[in-house]
Each structure stands twice: as C-alpha cells, then as structure tokens.
Ligand binder design. Structure first.
Ligand code: SF4
Length: 559
C-alpha cells in the first residue's frame, strides 16, 4: 500500500474524468520540482475546480480565489466541494444583526437566518461597530464568524479582490502554502483595477477637462486637500456624536482610500515610475479622471507574493507573457496544458468572414456585417443563438438593420439592464431566440439548447482611444499585450456554448483580424482551440471554397 501522500488522494469527486489524474500528477511534479508558479491551461469540461481542490487538500493551508462571485457561487453549489472550504466575502455581503431588528421587514425576512444580504441594506460594512469607535456588539456577527472560520480553515475561499485586501498579520491571516487563482486570465486587469485611482469631478465644463497628465494630477492633488479636510470633519463628528451616519461612513471610507492611493501615486512618481491618465467626459458637466500605473509588475508582486509560498493560476487560456507582466520570472513558471475532451466536430469555428473590421473600416464594412449576420440567422432559423458585440453602437447597428423575419427573434441588453435581460432570455427566450450581448464573453453558461450557435463580430481589442491602452502599446511588449487581450476575450467567448462532451454549437467569426491573431499565435494558443480553427478552414472550404491564407480583402465567403 502506498503510504506516501499524493495530490490525487485528495481528489474530491467519485471518479476521475479523462486527463484529470494525469494533470494532478503533473501539478505534483511541479510542486516537487519547487516551481513557484504553476500555470494550468485547462479547457471547459476538464474539471478544474476538482483538480484545484485536490491541491488544496494536499497542502497544509491555501487560499482559493476567483475574480467573480458568480464563480464562487458555482463552487458553493457543488455538493462534492461543499465541505472542503470556508468562504468569506466582503462585509457588505452579510447582514448586521445589530441593525436588522429595526427593519420593517424583520418579521418576514428570510435572509436574517442565512446572514447573506441579497436584498438588505443593514449590512456589516455600515454596522454600528464600523460607525462608532469601541462599539461593543452583543450579537454573533455573520461577517466575523465567516472571516474567523476562513482564517482557521485549511482552504479559505474568497474573491480575488477580497484576497488583495487580506493583510498578513499575527493572530489573523497567515502566509499560506498555496494561493489558487481560478479564471486567472484576467489577473492583470484585476490588479490594475484594484490600484487605479478614479475620481469623478462635478461641474467641470467639458472644454475645461484636463488634457495632460500634469493637469489631471493637479486636479487630483487639489481634491486631496478638500478630501483631507472632509476626513477631519467626519472624524470630529465621529468623536462628538459618538458615530457617523451610514452614508457618512461610506463617504469616510471612500475618502480615506482616495487619499491613500494619491500618496501611492506621489511616491511612485517620485521614484521615477510612470503613471498614465485617462479622462472621460460624462453627461451633466461631469468628468472622470483615472490614474493608472503603466508597469504593474511591482503591484502584482505586492498583492500576491506575501500571501503564499506558491501559486496555481488556472484558466482555459493564459498568455505566456502574463507572468512577467505581474512580476514573476519565466523560470519560476511550470506550464501544464490539458487537452479538450470535447469532439472538435461538435464545436467548429466557421469563418463567415467579412474583412478586417476596425475603427477605420467599420463604415465600409457595416453593410456587409449586417448582411452576413442576417444570412447566419436565416441559416440557423430554428435554433437559439448568441451574438457577441463589443460596443453598444455596433449592437444597435445590427439591431436596427435585421430583416423583418429575424428581428422578432432578438433579445438584447442595455448598459442598465445587463443581468436582468440575460437572465430573462435564458429562462424565457423562445426556441429560436437570439441574444445580442455587449461584452458578455465571461461567466455565462449557454449549454445545450440555450445556444446552438454564436457569432463573434469583431476582435475585441482594447480601446485605442484610452490613454492607458495607447501608452501600454508604446512599451516594448505593447503589441503582444494588445493582441493577447483580444485573444483572451475571444477564447472566453468561444467557450460559452459547448459545455459538455455531448453538447454542440457552431461559432461564426466575421473579423479577419481574429484569423490573423490565431495564425500569429497558433504555437502559444491551446491546441483544442487551434484545432477548431483548422476545422474552421475546412468548413470555410465547404462553405465558400476560399482559402483563408490567400483570401483577398474584397472576397467574401458566401453563406
Ligand atoms: S459586529 Fe458590527 S457588523 Fe457585526 S453584527 Fe455587530 S455591529 Fe453588526
């Protein structure tokens, strides 16, 4: 009998799926070889959560994180994983019992027993203990209980943003053996969001909005003085009244964080680091000013390194260059690639192509985009589908120009009703309905008949009108960074519709830029995606008899 502990002995499911045991053995090999980072590229259906939780069982203590709460919910709902972790979320997720008995809904409220505040405004982030210094709470606090349980647990489950706020201090959170980040492809974006300084200024005429970094910084610095005096006033109120009103407490926390980040920016600038500004003109004479650091490697290190000895990043596709951009060196990373078990013929990519779609060519190509979308909808007239757009303008162009036969099939989201519109379509959409979604390539599950085809209209490159993107492009690794942002979103979108081995769906791609990207990065992309692209070529041959490589810009595949 093997008495040595192995990761596979901690596998939480009744049996292994194809490739899971081999993947787990490779992770163990990487740990034994003392790699600091394990990069696990594993497609939909590979059972990443079960693999990751096997690692959690093997090491003494770990943090298990994902960027989205919706993904934490999926873990919480899994009966095989349920007892393997303790979850903690931000204070605003928990009901403050000290306040909720004053609520008019108290008698009939179901949430007060669960502690989870979905519809409640009496949350722990504005509980009396936060409002008043030295407040003695007589209740058993749901937030503190969840946090303390997580601190004690072998595996603490939390959002990535919560993990960024974890401070390793004696008697509280400790440095753990492993930090797992699932759906890690967006980790750069999350680090950047966490440290971005963002401020909306009222009553600024758009003509007076800052145009240079120094002007933005001056505006922010003036605001710091105002913020500092508001903080002092609120602290005075706190002392004299014994506490703050909830809205004042929220304001206080916001101002303190703002001042802290300004100090960080000042320190960074003094030590020669480069920050970039971005200015957005909003309605009603408002202007949003954002400051972002150009190089986030030092921040990646700062937010992650002190938390664990080793890191496991898992996702369908993680760009090779990402690790150096967040502060790790190439020789610290072990790469593990898991093949897909989904038959390639169930998930073809079909190049129903239009041309190189860009800001410059959009006006010329718009009629052709609409024509091809209509043709695809005609062809797929009896099944449900999803159209991925990366701007509301493009979505509206399409919506406004569909044929009378196709128009009634469409549901779509606006910026205000994203979750509701999608949820409504998922639950109530007819058997041939089609959803037009803007920037919805992540976190949605369109399994089986929910969506049997999808259209990716345009390569979702970062917006070149954003000053951060422009400055980032100017760095020596700017071009691969730019391309990889689009590739991550494309692979995420591709993975939405085929969710199991028996599932099937067709993915139509209209933008030749996507084909160019796949050709350029084919040796770095996961093989399960590239092979679907190869299937795309043969599908294209069948559809239009045109070779992608020799296709002149004016030739189209006729559907
Ligand atoms: S400890 Fe604070 S947040 Fe928790 S129940 Fe008591 S007053 Fe509310």
């Amino acid at each position: 009998m093997d008495t040595v502990d192995h990761i596979s002995k901690h596998f939480p499911m009744p049996s292994f799926r194809k490739n899971q045991k081999e993947t787990i053995d490779k992770i163990e090999e990487a740990i034994t070889s003392d790699y600091k980072v394990i990069s696990l590229q594993a497609p939909t259906g590979s059972g990443k959560s079960a693999i990751n939780f096997s690692v959690c069982g093997f090491v003494e203590k770990s943090y298990y994180t994902t960027p989205l709460h919706i993904l934490l919910d999926q873990v919480v709902r899994d009966k095989f994983l349920l007892n393997l972790f303790k979850i903690v979320r931000g204070r605003d997720w928990y009901i403050c019992l000290e306040k909720c008995s004053d609520c008019i809904r108290y008698e009939h409220c179901n949430e007060k027993n669960t502690g989870v505040a979905r519809n409640c405004e009496h949350t722990c982030d504005i509980g009396p203990c936060q409002l008043q210094k030295e407040y003695k709470c007589g209740k058993s606090c749901f937030y503190k209980q969840a946090r303390d349980d997580a601190i004690e647990s072998q595996t603490a489950l939390m959002s990535l943003a919560y993990n960024f706020t974890v401070k390793v201090t004696k008697g509280m959170w400790q440095k753990r053996d492993m930090l797992i980040i699932d759906e890690a492809h967006g980790v750069e974006k999350w680090i950047l969001n966490f440290i971005t300084l963002s401020r909306v200024f009222q009553d600024i005429k758009h003509a007076d909005a800052p145009t240079t970094f120094d002007e933005s910084l001056n505006l922010i610095n003036k605001e710091v003085d105002i913020a500092a005096s508001e903080v002092a006033d609120l602290e005075e109120q706190q002392k004299s009244l014994g506490g703050l009103r909830p809205q004042d407490l929220k304001k206080y926390k916001r101002l303190v964080r703002f001042i802290d980040i300004v100090h960080v920016v000042t320190h960074d600038l003094e030590s020669g680091k480069q920050w970039v500004h971005n200015v957005t003109k909003l309605p009603d004479n408002k202007v949003r000013v954002e400051l972002k650091p150009l190089d986030i490697s030092v921040w990646g290190k700062g937010l992650l390194l002190g938390k664990a000895n080793r890191f496991l990043f898992s996702s369908g596709y993680i760009p090779r260059n990402m690790y150096s951009r967040i502060g790790f060196t190439e020789d610290e990373v072990a790469w593990i690639d898991v093949p897909s078990t989904f038959p390639v013929e169930n998930r073809p990519i079909i190049g129903s192509m239009v041309g190189y779609i860009s800001h410059k060519t959009m006006d010329t190509l718009r009629p052709r985009i609409i024509e091809v979308v209509n043709k695809i909808l005609d062809k797929e007239k009896d099944i449900r589908g999803f159209i991925h757009c990366n701007s509301y303008k493009l979505a509206n162009d399409i919506l406004g120009n569909l044929t009378p036969e196709n128009k009634p099939r469409i549901s779509y989201n606006t910026s205000e009703n994203r979750s509701y519109a999608l949820e409504n379509w998922l639950n109530n959409g007819k058997s041939n309905s089609v959803f037009v979604g803007v920037n919805m390539s992540e976190g949605i599950d369109l399994k089986d008949d929910l969506s049997r085809f999808q259209i990716i209209i345009k390569a979702p490159f970062p917006d070149m009108s954003d000053s951060y993107v422009k400055a980032r492009m100017g760095l020596s690794d700017g071009k691969p960074w730019y391309d990889e942002q689009a590739l991550m979103a494309i692979l995420q979108a591709y993975g939405r519709c085929v969710r199991s081995e028996s599932d099937w769906a067709r993915t139509y791609i209209l933008d030749w830029n996507i084909m160019r990207l796949i050709n350029t990065y084919k040796n770095e992309l996961p093989y399960w995606f590239v092979e679907a692209f190869k299937a795309a070529k043969s599908e294209t041959f069948r559809e239009g008899g045109i070779n992608v490589k020799t296709m002149p810009q004016t030739t189209y595949v006729e559907l």
